[in-house]
Design a protein around this ligand. Sequence first.
Ligand SMILES: C[S@@+](CC[C@H](N)C(=O)[O-])C[C@H]1O[C@@H](n2cnc3c(N)ncnc32)[C@H](O)[C@@H]1O
Length: 298
Amino acid sequence: MDIEAIKKERQNWLQWKNIAPLRERLKLLPQIDAKVSLGDVITIEAEVDEKKKEFVKTTAWAMRPWRKGPFEVLDTFIDSEWRSYIKYNLLRPFMNLEGKDVADVGCNNGYYMFRMLEFQPLSITGFDPSPLFKTQFDFINHFIEADITYELLGVEHLPYYPKKFDVIFCLGVLYHRSDPVAMLKWLKAGLKEGGEIFLDSFYIEGEEPVALCPAKTYSKIANVHFVPTIAALKNWSQKAGLEFEMLKTMQTTTNEQRKTPWILGESLEDFLDPSDPTKTVEGYPAPKRVYVRLRRMR
Ligand SMILES: C[S@@+](CC[C@H](N)C(=O)[O-])C[C@H]1O[C@@H](n2cnc3c(N)ncnc32)[C@H](O)[C@@H]1O
């Protein structure tokens, strides 16, 4: 696979007609020396006039939907659909990133990558094939100016990517894949010797190593192929040659994922059965996530 050719081809995606005007706006953002704080709300502050603030606000608004965040940029609070600090803070105690080459696969707008700067990794590389999310990343990073590489590539490109990683995060991607074992093998191929993967997935309760195969949608999400039990996820990992360590489980609540003005359309409150919030509107078990650490089998 010719990664350079794919990257070059995908640069053209930034010229799609919904994306190109946003890219033009990026060029007009104010050049400022910003004060950045990388807490639960990633905050960018600076003394600038109202006109510049308004431009920043209308630019962020034009980039909706904001799934991950929140961010506060020159007094504009981007109240993203997800309070992504809940997932980040859950994984943070397990992270050892100092001096490491780190990848975030399915990095969206880079919220977690910005948070990871606190550990001073050697490098951070994000993979996500969405030109909109890359544009949101470029908007935020215009102010933060972090040395982060964002590739418009997917998990399927990892085995062919020239760099290998000490730590790979792959959160919220597995259940979107029709061949989860193949995906786990691709992640393994992206690891350096002794490296580790942090992964999360929707899961269903049960002792049996089985998976739910949603008919059309799961929680109104269209492309969910398999929702495994933890036992099934462990078996998939082992088939991919990965040691499995369970870290945490958590039910997704409307405190973490909810409708805000910064998304378009519905959110968790619309995805659950109004008469029984333990079920999705399709009658499946409501979303719960399992967080795991995976290492190459010795
Ligand atoms: C459910 S979101 C998860 C975002 C984030 N990792 C998190 O857990 O909060 C899935 C992300 O995967 C990205 N994605 C889509 N296709 C992908 C692929 N082939 N490889 C990696 N990521 C992909 C989407 O653009 C989206 O940002």
